[in-house]
Each structure stands twice: as C-alpha cells, then as structure tokens.
Design a binder for this molecule. Structure first.
Ligand code: PLP
Length: 407
C-alpha cells in the first residue's frame, strides 16, 4: 500500500469487518487535547480514545520514550529477561498493594489472566468445587469469550456457542443480591469500582466494603477491574485507593499505555505463585516499546501535580455542566469520579446520547457515550484549562442544537 493512497470512510465499508461503525470524519493528527481531521478541521478531545490518551496526543515524554526504545530493541520473547518490563513492574509494585505483575496487551487479556489465575488458585488451594465466578450486571470486562461472559451484558456474549460456565451475575450496588449468591464455592468476585461502559456508575463505598467482607468470609478472591478507572483517571493512581478496599487482583490497561497497547494484572506473591511456568503467557505481553512508554506515562501521571490536577479539572467540568443543565434542562445528574464523568440524560432525552455525540462532532468536539442514556467525558488528565473551557462552550452549542431539534 503506497503512502499516498487516499482513504475515505467508504473504504472502511469496503475492506473492514463491519463490527464497528466509525465516525464520518477522519482524524489524522493530534497534539495535547486537540485533534485535526483530513480537512484540517480542529476538534477538542474530551474522549481521549475511550480513557486511553491520559496525557493527550503526542505528549513529549511519550514520544521521547518511544523514540529512544525504538532505537534500542523492539521486541523480546518472554524467554528473555526484559529491562523495560522489569522497570515498569518494579514501579507498579512500589506504587500499589501488589507484589507481582503479569503483562498483557489489552484490558480483556489482563482480565483473562486474572480469571484464569483465580480459577487455578481456587483449584490448588481449595479443590475442584470452588469454581464460581460472580460479576455484576452491566459490568464490562472485555471481549474475549471468558471476559465477555463474565461481563454483565448477555447481548455481548450470546450467539457464540457454549459459554464458559460457573459464572453468575448480581446487581451492582446491591449487597444483598451478592449475599444471596456467594458461597464457599465462589472462587472470585470481579468488579469495576466504578462501572464505565455500564453508564458511569460509581460503586458506593459501603457496597465495596461489603463486597470485600463477603469475599473474606467465603475465601473468594476480589478482582478489581481498573482498566478504565486506573492510572490516574479518578484522581489517584488507582481507584481502589479511594474506595477503602484493597483487592487481591487488579487489572489495568487503557491509560496504562497512554495510547500504546499494554495491559497488566497485579496481585500478591502468594496468589501469583499459582501461575507457574507454562500455565499462561503471551507473545507480545511485556513488549519493550509498550513498557518503555508506560513507564514514561507513569512518571508523569503518578505525581501530586497531575493527580491533584485531575480533581481540579473534575470541578471545572462539573460546574460548567451544571450551568449548561440549568439553562437547557437535559441531565438528571452528573456523576463519576475524577475525569471519568457521565452526564445522565433526563427522561425527556433518554435514549438520545448518540444525538449529543453527533451534534458535538458537528461543533468540533469529541465526546463519548456510555449506553443510550449517558454522555461520557474521559479527557486527557493534563488537559489545559482553556481546552476545557473551549470544549464545554462547543458542548453547550451541541446541547442547544439537540434541544432545539426536539423543541
Ligand atoms: C475497556 C475495558 C475493558 C477491555 O479492555 P480492552 O483493552 O478493550 O480489551 C475491560 N474492562 C473495562 C472496565 C474496560 O473499560
């Protein structure tokens, strides 16, 4: 394929598997929290590649790390000892409850490793009866067959033949519904401390504490899926730090690479010991380019300036979104934590989140949705104040347009 080959949205329909339905405009360049399309139209980016671009686009720390590592060594099989992977693992263990790290290439793969580890741990520590995995309705854990089955939307896992078994779903933020199902045969409970895809729904503090207690009572592992909430997104390196609950296994991806694919599973030495040589693995997991970039991202993100800055930016978003709502009356609430925020549409606009997304794009703004009823914002953690202001002005115009179209 020559470099000059013209690319249009129509080419997607010609050559791609139709499992996505991407935007009409085609972004080709990004700097910080601004993005330009093929026609040099500029957008403010409040989507951040779905909570991935935590330092915006082409942050110098990331470009430098990638360039430097790219001139040294790109790939090492996991039969080799790997400097960037061990450096990153050391920093992750120093910064969290965890003592051991497994590297993957995505959130789904990190979760797949977590679930397999939990099953193996239960088998070896407690015997074959302890298999049950409990997760939550509307939870999202990725698209491999195991993780999508553990996810709480049957529509995503139906239609692919027999599913992995011994998986139960209970209601989020409802401890009694977990209590009714958990037993000594439960091997693990997998949960997002704040449901992202499920509508930006924070886990209540007492609920998360209750989940931890029930896991302890029944000797079940608690797995926090922090693929979306992790790496500074909520104002601490990981959201568990604010929840008052420490999980046994934590998974991370998305912002972990800041835009370079990487995933990680973090756990304790005692639990990790059950993934002995040969039990699990990945060709690209721990790739030196990915780990070098991730370490550079972590050096920037895991600082008081950036983490406190997330809280300040959250305030700016909340205040302006409330002001927009006071004027146009479209949201029932603005919820979430840090820079993982959801504006839930009120009854009048329920089911119309996509209209807000499309109107925003028309006004030069990239936002996300979380289901049909929630407009989601996951901007760069270091987005400049003027970009927040400009983006929210554009969002106000988009809201006005949607409201007018239903006048
Ligand atoms: C995005 C996401 C995943 C899946 O990550 P991939 O990198 O797409 O595999 C898993 N869990 C949560 C909570 C997510 O938000």
């Amino acid at each position: 394929m020559s470099e000059a080959m013209p690319v249009s949205r129509a080419l997607f329909d010609e050559v791609m598997v139709p499992n996505y339905n991407p935007s009409a405009f085609i972004p080709v360049k990004g700097k910080g929290s601004r993005v330009w399309d093929q026609d040099d139209r500029e957008y403010v980016d409040f989507a951040g590649g779905i909570a991935v671009n935590c330092l915006g686009h082409c942050h110098p720390a990331m470009v430098d790390a990638l360039t430097e590592q790219g001139n040294k060594i790109w790939h090492l099989a996991n039969v080799m000892t790997n400097e960037p992977a061990l450096r990153l693992a050391k920093k992750l263990t120093q910064a969290t409850f965890a003592e051991r790290v497994y590297f993957a290439n995505s959130g789904a793969e990190a979760n797949e490793a977590a679930l397999k580890l939990a099953r193996r741990w239960a088998l070896e520590e407690h015997g074959v009866e302890k298999q049950q995995i409990i997760a939550f309705q509307k939870g999202f854990h990725g698209r491999t067959f195991f993780t999508v089955t553990v996810g709480g939307q049957a529509a995503y896992s139906d239609g692919f033949g027999p599913k992995p078994g011994a998986i139960e779903h209970v209601e989020y933020n409802d401890l009694s519904s977990l209590e009714a199902v958990i037993s000594d045969q439960t091997c693990a409970v997998m949960i997002e401390p704040l449901q992202g895809e499920g509508g930006v729904v924070p886990g209540e503090k007492e609920f998360l504490a209750g989940v931890r207690n029930l896991c302890d009572k029944h000797n079940a592992l608690l797995i926090f899926d922090e693929v979306q909430t992790g790496f500074g997104r909520t104002g601490t390196l990981y959201a568990y730090e604010q929840s008052g609950v420490t999980p046994d296994i934590l998974t991370s991806a998305k912002a972990l690479g800041g835009g370079f694919p990487i995933g990680a599973m973090l756990t304790t030495s005692a639990i990790a010991a059950h993934l002995k040589p040969g039990t699990h693995g990945s060709t690209y997991g721990g790739n030196p380019l990915a780990c070098a970039v991730s370490e550079a991202v972590m050096d920037v993100v895991n600082t008081p300036e950036v983490l406190n800055g997330v809280k300040q930016r959250e305030q700016m978003f909340r205040e302006k979104l409330q002001a927009i709502n006071a004027k146009y009356d479209v949201f029932s609430e603005v919820r979430g934590q840090g820079l993982l925020l959801g504006a839930a549409l009120n009854d009048k606009f329920k089911g119309k989140s996509r209209e807000f997304l499309l109107a925003s794009a028309e006004h030069g703004l990239m936002v996300l949705i979380a289901g049909a009823d929630v407009v989601r914002f996951t901007p760069s953690l270091v987005i400049p104040q003027e970009d927040i202001e400009e983006g929210l002005q554009r969002f106000e115009k988009a809201v006005a347009q949607v409201v007018a179209s239903h006048g």
